[in-house]
Design a protein around this ligand. Structure first.
Ligand SMILES: [Zn+2]
Length: 152
């Protein structure tokens, strides 16, 4: 006699660390949430008419976060400026010149280079730009050396 077939489907993975399981799990979670989080994103929303609203909402949130961040940063920079002024008047601490704008600022540690977060960010963006340019240059050289490798 034929063995009775099980009604419950067999679990198709070897274990919880099976790469196939992890891949499928990630894909399900990114589409459907995980039980405590649920929400449409522009990527997983099945309703096309809703996508522009989701994108606009996300953009709005990002702009608000950015505004909050900039406000906080400007408060910090202001406090720092006031401290620099007070230290200067009272003759406390040693000063260095900001390597971006040249303004004098209290040397907090050996790593102090900038008078404000704003100047630090400017320097960071400049370094990033240089790095990206170096990378582009590197890729150009590689392509010149071996043009076939990069063709697809
Ligand atoms: Zn500066």
């Amino acid at each position: 006699m034929k063995e009775k077939e099980s009604r419950t489907p067999e679990w198709p993975y070897k274990s919880l660390s099976d790469p196939k399981y992890l891949k499928d799990k990630d894909s399900i979670l990114s589409r459907s949430g995980n039980g405590w989080w649920w929400g449409w994103t522009a990527e997983n929303c099945p309703l096309d008419w809703m996508k522009p609203q989701i994108i606009a909402q996300r953009k709005k949130e990002m702009e608000e976060n950015k505004k909050d961040w900039e406000e906080q940063q400007s408060l910090q920079d202001k406090a720092r400026e006031e401290r620099d002024k007070r230290y200067k008047e009272e003759g406390i601490g040693s000063f260095i010149d900001c390597i971006v704008c040249g303004k004098e600022t209290v040397m907090i540690s050996m790593k102090t280079k900038y008078c404000s977060k704003n100047c630090g960010d400017k320097a960071y963006k400049q370094r990033l730009k240089e790095k990206q340019e170096q990378k582009r240059e590197y890729m150009r050289e590689k392509r010149k050396e071996n043009p076939d490798i990069w063709r697809k």
